[in-house]
Every structure is written in C-alpha cells, then in structure tokens.
Ligand binder design. Structure first.
Ligand code: NAP
Length: 280
C-alpha cells in the first residue's frame, strides 16, 4: 500500500508556483474576503495568507462584519474586480447566512475566479474548455498524476455531488477517460458500487461511511472529507486501517487532499496572473 502524500506534493507545487511567479513582471495578487467570524473559515483564511507569502503572491484580506449587507459585499467585489494589481478574488464559503452565495460568486469577474466556482468556470469544465478548476478536485487529479494512477478505462466512483467537490471531481475523471459513477445520499447499494471502483473518491462528510469491505483490492482510495471524531481529531469518511489493508494507494487524513486544495489555489492564482499579464 502506498500512501498518497498530499503534504509533500503540495510543497512541490507551491515551490513551482513560487518559481513561476518570480518570472512575472508583477507579483500575482489575491484578495480573500471573509464575512463574519466562523472560526474554521478564519483558520482557512490565515492559511491562505501564509501560502501566498510562501509563493511570492501579494495578498489582501477583507474581514467583514457579520452584519455586512449583500450590497456592501457586492460593492467590494466590484471594486476588487476593477483593481489591476489583483488577479484572484475569493469569498470564503459559506458566507454569513443572510447573504446570497450564488449572487456573490457570480459577481466575481470570471478571469479572477481562482476558486473555480463561477458558472462560467463550471460551464467551461462541463464542456471541456480551459478555465479555472475547483481546487479540491484539481488537487486530487494532481495527486493521481503524481503517483502514476491512470484513470483511463478505469471505473471511478465519486461519493458526494456538491458543486465544489463531487460534481467537478466526476467531470475531471470523465475528462480523463474514466467510467464514472456519481453517488449521493439517495444512492441505494452504495457498498456494491464502491466495491467496483478502481478509483474511489469519497466526499460525503460522513465519518465511517467507507468501510474496508467497500474497497476493491488494489484500488486507489481518496478521502476528501474533513470530519471530526469524538476526541475532536480530524478524520475523513474512510475507515483508514480497514481500507488501507485492501487499497494499493490511499490518502491520509490529514495530510492528503487538504494540503493539495491549498496548493491548487496558489496555482490558480498564478494562472490568473499569467493570463491577465499576457492580455494587458
Ligand atoms: P456537501 O455540500 O455537504 O456535500 C456532501 C455530499 O455527500 C452530498 O452530495 C450528499 O448527498 C453526499 N452524502 C452525504 N451523506 C451521504 C451518504 N450517507 N451516502 C452517500 N452520499 C452522502 O459537502 P462538500 O462541500 O462537497 O464537502 C464534502 C466533504 O469534503 C466535507 O467533509 C468537507 O469538509 C470536505 N472538504 C474537504 C476539502 C479539502 O480540501 N480536503 C475541501 C472541500 C470539502 P446529497 O446531495 O444527496 O445530500
């Protein structure tokens, strides 16, 4: 069994981003907007700032009050859209409850959509055009590539159908010629489907959902989820020891998909800067 070491690969990706960013006439710039004081979101925003520092990316952070109105937030996004020194804009999700998440995501200029959540980015992915890929599934694909796990002609099963993880994950595997099954909470016979997977990606956010008997011998198992156990320790959907006994490759949690997601945001910001500096 080989551990898919997302931490090591993320460090390599960030180093590549740093080297490429240094070649640009102007530093890439990323603006991160956080509305409210959700502690988990706060942690994510801080790590994004640190990643930017490590990659030679200029970053700005907007920590807005919980009481910020939709109009105020849209005004800020519009202002950042017009800033020539900023290549990427990211609104940390979920935004405060009274805000309309889709309206906010749609307000971001598609050429600055480094999270890849804008309908234009989603549409480009669907029809196979180049564009920003959502960071988590892009990170999973980078990990499969790094370890020489070819999805062409393989059976891939994705558990979870969210717009930010499950659906784009299925599309990326399809783009790479896997035969893809996309499962969700209404899928009967989840175990049977998972057992057929050469590549099994779980993004349900349900601890203990994927047990050892649901893993095919020799499969690649990617655990996207970030759950907490009773002791508050980070864990995924997969019962690791059981699954590891059958899998040929498996991601740890933490240290698997999480660091790759962060690294791909840096890569998308670099890409946005390269595109924009070419265009101007
Ligand atoms: P989400 O929007 O809550 O979606 C969860 C999906 O899982 C839904 O499609 C849901 O089905 C499905 N699901 C829930 N219970 C299920 C079950 N018992 N059997 C089969 N499918 C089930 O979550 P998300 O934003 O995609 O995130 C998923 C997980 O990944 C979370 O743990 C999140 O923290 C983690 N995550 C990690 C990273 C990272 O960088 N590692 C990044 C993003 C998210 P329905 O559609 O039918 O409800």
């Amino acid at each position: 069994m080989i551990l898919l070491d997302g931490k090591a690969l993320a460090a390599k990706v960030k180093e590549e981003v740093r080297a490429q960013a240094a070649l640009l006439p102007r530093k890439p710039g990323l603006a991160v907007i956080l509305v409210g004081n959700d502690p988990a979101s706060r942690v994510y925003v801080t790590s994004k700032r640190k990643d930017c520092e490590a990659c030679g990316i200029y970053s700005e952070e907007y920590a807005l009050l919980e009481s910020t109105t939709q109009e105020e937030l849209l005004e800020l996004v519009a202002e950042l859209n017009g800033r020539p020194d900023l290549d990427g804009i990211l609104v940390q999700l979920p935004p405060a409850r009274h805000l309309d998440e889709s309206a906010v995501l749609e307000a971001i200029a598609p050429e600055k959509d480094v999270d890849g959540f804008h309908p234009v980015s989603a549409g480009n992915l669907l029809i196979g055009r180049p564009g920003f890929l959502p960071c988590t599934p892009a990170g999973v694909m980078a990990m499969l590539d790094e370890y020489g796990i070819d999805s062409a002609g393989k059976r891939a099963v994705v558990v979870g159908r969210s717009n930010i993880v499950g659906k784009p994950m299925a599309l990326l595997l399809l783009r790479r010629d896997a035969t893809v099954t996309l499962c969700h909470s209404k899928t009967p016979e989840l175990g049977e489907l998972c057992r057929q997977a050469d590549i099994l990606v779980s993004a349900a956010g349900r601890r203990g959902l994927i047990t050892g008997d649901m893993v095919k011998e020799g499969a690649a198992v990617v655990d996207v989820a970030m759950n907490r156990d009773e002791a508050g320790k980070l864990c995924g959907d997969v019962v690791f020891a059981e699954a590891a006994a059958r899998a040929a490759w498996i991601t740890p949690v933490p240290g698997g998909v999480g660091p790759m997601t962060r690294a791909m945001l840096m890569k998308n910001t670099l890409l946005a800067a390269q595109n924009r500096q070419k265009a101007h």
